[in-house]
Design a protein around this ligand. Structure first.
Ligand SMILES: Cc1cc2nc3c(=O)[nH]c(=O)nc-3n(C[C@H](O)[C@H](O)[C@H](O)COP(=O)(O)OP(=O)(O)OC[C@H]3O[C@@H](n4cnc5c(N)ncnc54)[C@H](O)[C@@H]3O)c2cc1C
Length: 665
């Protein structure tokens, strides 16, 4: 199928404005006759639902949690970018666009990114109007901090709880529409298939997770806002429930998938502590504003620290290697995530990891505490403050900025990060790949859209910090509400879509068959048994460093694991009750298919990009060479403009892959 991105002609900066001027619209009276299903009520789906309903469409919103307030978006800590230039430090729409494209190793769709940068400023106004309590500076104006890969401060934040506060804003906007009857909210409902009628998305099959009932829902368009699929790795910073099912189901019915293997490996997560862990915890990137990353310079000190004979605080400045500051003086600790992650892995692979497993580096706030404390002493007119007083004042400032993150760290690691440096290590965090969409955010199924983390378009091979919330809310508040009208303008006379059709019958029957299989199979292995095994293959062979032989093995191993799953999985409980294991079985079944596509995508890419580096590289002379993470220089790291070879790579896009191992009839 030939893909048409529908990117408008004309200069980048004029595309969105002139496109909006000419786009088809649906008049307010006709909107009342049009139904839209939104799957997902995180920041992308919540903002889209509220805005579409405000415009007059009838929205049916679905979420598997018990409230939109519990979507994974609530976990977002650090902030949201916008090109407001409140700091007067040289920011602009173009600079946000440029940073995003460069940060993604030149693999994003530029027209979408320019539009994102343009609407970013509106998002902040919208959220402030909703009452989102963004942090303010001393004079009462909105405050900003800096995130990786940029040289300005453009990140708006609400302590370490930005996602939660933004979600409460979107949720309030949704609630207004729920009260008006314009949004019908289906909490605890999981979409298990999309229904395509005459080539158009016309509804979904959903399972009521409380009583197990299978329901049919129809609409004139379906919007997928179901988030990312980092949990294919089992261990990630994502919420436990985050999954690929909605995206995967539409993929199976014709929606292409783009760049599936581009995963963000976030540099600042709490290291894994053992084999029985089911979740990884993020320490927000905002901490890199003030925290300095280092490992000991000498292996003897590493050994002494690991053996408990020395503490990190025993090491003098001279004995520490602040490797990011050394290698990237202009950006220092605020290099993009992929660069910071690869650098941490390189140091740990070289033997400098500071915990028992050798997979940790330090994130140290001692210097920031002294800096802030000294400043506060001056502000408070304390002459000749003692070191203890300076530290006390400094800690208060650090607490005000990052208190909840420090508390979380202490609860998990049982060490006080005000006194001793945090230990951090890269972990799976975000998926840049996802459902392919055109400029309208429509997938290759007419009438089916994908927004937020579920789509692929804006972040290339690496997302810059604080830009996921920006994209989700841009899509939901400002882009989709325009572009969907272009498609729906042809549907104003269609009338209600019936659910009593062969297409709904067939989709429902398939969903029921799969559920019956799960509750009746009575195999020997739990769903988690398979999820963990899949995660290990993914991390070991499709993680940060990849090579041809490992990826080929991964494809075979995933296929064998999937075969085993369909023969031997066991799901306790029944279909007609609240059954978390049953819900998880379906999600893991989809991860087992996605994993294979993921590895195939990684295999055909003979490139290093974002957080992934291919160990075999061709040199310019055509010679094959094995590279380590350290030797690979990403497009971001080129001095000046990158060479043509790394510029503007088109996405790799996949149609449905054949999966043969499914054993039920
Ligand atoms: C710990 C952490 C911190 C982060 N911090 C930041 C940050 O500071 N700044 C930033 O920009 N980004 C941050 N991110 C990334 C950002 O939070 C996410 O990318 C973003 O919130 C995704 O929003 P979303 O609306 O696309 O999806 P989600 O918030 O994941 O919402 C998905 C929705 O889909 C629903 N759903 C899924 N599948 C189905 C189904 N089959 N049927 C029905 N409903 C379904 C869920 O119920 C949910 O409502 C962070 C991520 C993590 C993990």
């Amino acid at each position: 199928m030939a893909l048409d991105s529908k990117v408008p002609q004309g200069p980048l900066k004029d595309k969105w404005t002139s496109y909006k001027d000419k786009i088809n619209l649906v008049n307010p009276a006709n909107k009342r006759h049009i139904d839209i299903i939104v799957v997902g009520t995180g920041l992308a789906g919540g903002s889209a639902s509220a805005t579409l309903a405000e415009l007059g469409y009838n929205v049916k919103a679905f979420a598997y949690q018990d409230s939109p307030r519990r979507a994974h978006s609530i976990a977002a800590q650090g902030g949201i970018n916008a090109a407001k230039n409140y700091q007067g430090d040289g920011d602009s729409t173009y600079r946000l666009f440029y940073d995003t494209v460069k940060g993604g190793d030149y693999r994003s769709r530029e027209a979408n990114v320019y539009r994102l940068a343009e609407v970013s400023a509106n998002i902040i106004d919208q959220c402030v109007a909703q009452g989102v309590p963004f942090a303010r500076d001393y004079g009462g104006l909105l405050d900003n901090r800096s995130f990786g890969g940029v040289l300005v401060s453009r990140t708006f934040y609400a302590k370490g709880q930005t996602g939660q506060q933004l979600l409460l804003g979107a949720y309030s906007a949704m609630n207004r529409q729920i009260a008006r009857g314009k949004i019908e909210m289906f909490n605890r409902h999981e979409m298990l298939d999309v229904v395509v009628v005459d080539g158009k998305a016309r509804g979904i099959i959903a399972r009521n997770l409380v009583n197990g009932e299978i329901e049919r829902h129809s609409a004139h368009a379906v919007v997928i806002a179901s988030g990312g699929y980092g949990n294919v790795y089992f261990l990630s910073t994502n919420a436990m429930g985050s999954n690929v099912t909605a995206s995967w189901k539409i993929h199976k019915k014709g929606a292409h998938f783009a760049n599936p293997c581009y995963t963000q490996i976030h540099p600042t997560c709490i290291p894994r502590s053992g084999d029985y862990q089911s979740k990884l915890t993020l320490m927000s990137e905002s901490l890199r504003n003030d925290g300095r990353i280092w490992v000991p310079k000498n292996l003897a000190d590493v050994k002494a620290i690991r053996e408990g004979k020395k503490k990190p605080t025993d090491l003098s400045e001279d004995e520490r290697d602040y490797y990011l500051e050394r290698r990237y003086p202009a950006f220092g600790n605020l290099v993009p995530r992929d660069v910071a992650s690869r650098a941490a892995k390189e140091r740990c692979d070289a033997g400098y990891g500071v915990n028992a497993t050798g997979e940790a580096v330090y994130l140290d706030f001692a210097a920031a505490i002294i800096r802030y404390g000294t400043e506060q002493a001056k502000i408070k007119n304390i002459t000749n403050p003692s070191e203890a007083k300076i530290k006390e004042l400094g800690k208060e400032m650090v607490k005000a900025k990052y208190g909840n993150l420090f508390q979380m760290y202490e609860k998990i690691v049982d060490e006080n990060p005000y006194e001793t440096p945090m230990m951090i290590y890269p972990a799976v965090h975000y998926t840049m790949g996802g459902v392919w969409v055109d400029y309208n955010l429509m997938t290759t199924i007419p009438g089916c859209y994908a927004i937020g983390e579920a789509n692929f378009s804006d972040h290339g091979a690496n997302r810059l910090g604080a830009s996921a919330l920006m994209q989700g809310l841009a899509d939901g508040y400002f882009v989709l509400p325009y572009t969907i009208g272009d498609y729906l303008a042809d549907d104003i006379r269609t009338g209600k879509i019936s659910t009593d059709t062969p297409e709904f019958d067939a989709a429902e029957a398939e969903v029921k068959k799969r559920i019956d299989f799960f509750v009746n199979n009575k195999g020997t292995n739990s769903v988690d048994y398979y999820h963990k095994k899949l995660g290990k293959i993914m991390w070991d062979k499709c993680g940060m460093s990849r090579n041809e032989a490992g990826l080929k093995e991964a494809i075979e191993e995933i296929s064998a694991l999937r075969k085993d799953f369909w023969e031997n999985v066991t799901v306790p409980g029944e279909a007609d009750e609240f059954n978390e294991q049953l819900a998880k079985a379906g999600r893991v079944a989809d991860f087992l298919e996605l994993g294979e596509l993921f590895a195939k995508d990684a295999l055909v890419r003979e490139e290093s990009a974002g957080g992934h580096f291919r160990e075999e590289h061709q040199t310019e002379e055509g010679e094959a060479k094995r590279l380590t993470a350290y030797q690979f220089v990403s497009a971001w790291e080129y001095k000046g403009e990158p060479k043509d070879a790394v510029l503007h790579k088109e996405p790799l896009v996949y149609e449905n892959i054949e999966v043969k191992e499914r054993s039920y009839k």
